[in-house]
Ligand binder design. Sequence first.
Ligand code: SAH
Length: 254
Amino acid sequence: MSGRLTVIGLGPGNADQVTPQASEAVAEASFFYGYKPYLDRLELRPDQARIASDNREELARSNEALAKAAEGHNVAVVSGGDPGVFAMAAAVCEAIEAGPAEWRGIDLAVVPGVTAMLAVAARIGAPLGHDFCAISLSDNLKPWELIERRLDAAASGGFVIAFYNPISRARPWQLGKAFERLRTHLPASTPLVFGHAVGRRDERVVVTTLEAADPSSANMATLIIVGSAETRVIERPGMSPLVYTPRSAPGAGT
Ligand code: SAH
């Protein structure tokens, strides 16, 4: 009998942003594969087993999980946020495409989660209220030149941009370079939101501008939202500002 593999999104970090569907999928699975900090969020029963692996080992982890499911087990692969956004669902699909034909018979389900850009946006207002895109700044899986081309296209196209994977110890200069690139397209006053560890105990959300943005204030748990020329900041007495992008662009309805 071919088993089941469920790729589960656990949301940004807080328990109340794990969907009931995700909790149900966790309760049903017997073997859990994932990056250790995500597995640590689960409260598993003694009859449920966890197999932790390192962050960079997505394809190997997918292969192991699929092999286990092919033996007839109910297997879960967990991701932070949404599993389809720069995460495990695509790795599992890559492994199925390249793997043995019998893996195509595995009952595969993807359970969505609240992705980081939505969690950050919700904390600060509505910065994604009009057209937007998401770019991973990691050049581990694509050349830096391609990232620069996409930055140019996104900024000149008027998109609000969410940066995932903005910086890491192995990638120290990319974020500063990206800001420099954006400054050639966007006004210095363009609002930026640094959302750090949203939904976790050390959550911090900072609103700044493209001119003042400091790459060294980001780390691996930061998601950055870069506004468009239309994005606005509303200052509020005694509260954090609201950042939003109006629903309509200039020229609408004319
Ligand atoms: N699948 C995840 C993204 C994985 S890429 C999701 O949908 O959210 C990892 C990047 O996501 C991090 O470098 C950071 O940019 C962002 N991220 C993940 N969780 C976050 C959180 N709680 N707060 C802010 N950014 C987060």
